[in-house]
Design a protein around this ligand. Sequence first.
Ligand code: ATP
Length: 451
Amino acid sequence: MDLTQKIISLCKRRGFIFPCSEIYEGLGGVYDFGPLGVELKNNLKKTWWEEMIKNHDDIVGLDAAILMNPQVWKASGHLSAGFADELMECKDCRKRFKFDELNGDKCPECGGKLGKPRKFNLMMKTYVGPVEDEATVTYLRPETCQGIYINFLNVMSSMRLKIPFGMVQIGKAFRNEINPKNFVFRTREFEQMEMEWFCHPKEANKYFDYWKEERLKWYQKLGMRKENLRAKEISKEERAHYAKRQIDIEYHFPFGWGEIEGVHNRGDWDLKNHSKYSGKDLSYTEEDGSKYYPYIIETSVGVERALFAFLFEAYQEIKGGRTTTTESAKEVEVLLKLPKSLAPIKIAVLPLVKNKPEIVKKAKEVYQLLKPYFVCQYDEVGSIGRRYRRVDEVGVVASITCDFQTLEDNTITIRERDSMKQIRVEISKLQEVIQKILKGKNFLELGKLVK
Ligand code: ATP
C-alpha cells in the first residue's frame, strides 16, 4: 500500500474522514468528516483564526452567506469564461477529462478518440424561492472572498476602520470540478480560510511580500518541514486574470507538489468591479481628501488540503514496535505526530487493568475531572500496550494511567506520545500539568520520572 492509501485507510478506520453518502455508493468528490476529523478540522481553523486575529493588528472577522445575489458572480467574472475549465469527452467510453491534464489526443482510460474541447463552468447552480426559472437562479459560492468584498463598506463603517486593514473568513465553497482526485485534495465541496488585506496601491508590493512570509512561517510554526514546503511564483500567463502577482504555497505530497494556499495581489479589480455593477462607490477617501480603490492582498488556504498535508507530515511508521510490550515487537506501529494544538484528542484515560473495579472507578473519575477542559477519551479495552498503540495512531498527546499505586496515594502516570516517557503526578495537579504539556513545557520537569 502506498503512503496515500495508508492515510486514506487510517482516516476511514479511525473516524477522521469517510466517503460521503457511502451507504448509497457515495457522491463523487465529496467527503464527510468523522468524530476525529471534525476535531482536527476545528483545531486547524481555530489555529489559523487566532494566528490572523491575535498575532496581527487591524484584522476583523466575518461570516458571510454562501448564497449571494447572482450579480456578485457577474461582477467577479465567475459567470464568464474565466471560471471555466476546458474538458474533452471520449467518444467511446464517454469519460471526461480536463484539457490541461491530457498528454496527447487519445483517451487515457480506453485509448478512444476524444471530442473537441468544450468550456465547462465550475459554478454550482441553484434556485432561490419556489419558482425555478432564469430570474431565480443563483450559485453556491465557489470562493469565500466575494462575501468580504461586498461587505467592505459595512465592515469599514461599523468598525470605524482605516486603510490598511484585513478581514478574515472561514467557510464552505463549492466547485463542480471535472476530475475530483487525490482524496480531499480536489473535491467539489470544501472549506477555505481567506484573508483579504485592503491597502493603498503604493503599499501593495510591500504587503504581498509580508503576507507571503507570514503564511510560510505559519506552516513551519506548526512543524511542517521546510523541505516539504515551497512558494512557487506563478507566471503572468498562468495567473488568474485579476492577479497582478501570485504565489502558490505548495506542499510536497507523495503524488507530487500541490497547492495548499494561494497568495494573490488582486489589485483594485474586485472593488472597482463591484462598484461598477452595484452602482455603490466602494472607493476609499483619505483624510486629505484623496480617493482611490484599495488594492487587495489575499491569502487563501484550502482547509482540507492543508489538513491532508498535516496528516502526511505527521504520519510515521515504526518497525519492530515502539511500545515495550512483547506482543508488539513484530508489528509496525503507527505514530501520528500531529502538533499538540491540532491533535484531535488531547488526553486518553486508561485504567491499567479492567478487572479491578477500584482502578476502573478511579480512572472514570479522572476522565470526568478532565472532560470539561480537554478533548478526552476513556479506553479500557485490551492490554495497556495495545491501547498505547491505538492512541499513538491517532496522535493523542498524552495518556493517563491509573494503577495500583493510584489507589494508595492518588497519583497517576502520564505518558507523553512523542518521547513515550512517563511521569507520576498527583491527581489534584493534573489539570495544571496537562495545560503545561499542551503549551509545550518540558515534560520531564512536570512530575517525577517513572523508571
Ligand atoms: P487548483 O489550481 O488546484 O484548482 P486554484 O488555484 O483554483 O486551485 P484558488 O482558487 O486559489 O485555487 O483557491 C484557494 C485554495 O482553495 C487553494 O489553494 C486550495 O487549497 C483550495 N481549493 C481550491 N479548489 C479546491 C478543491 N476543488 N478542493 C479542495 N480545495 C480546493
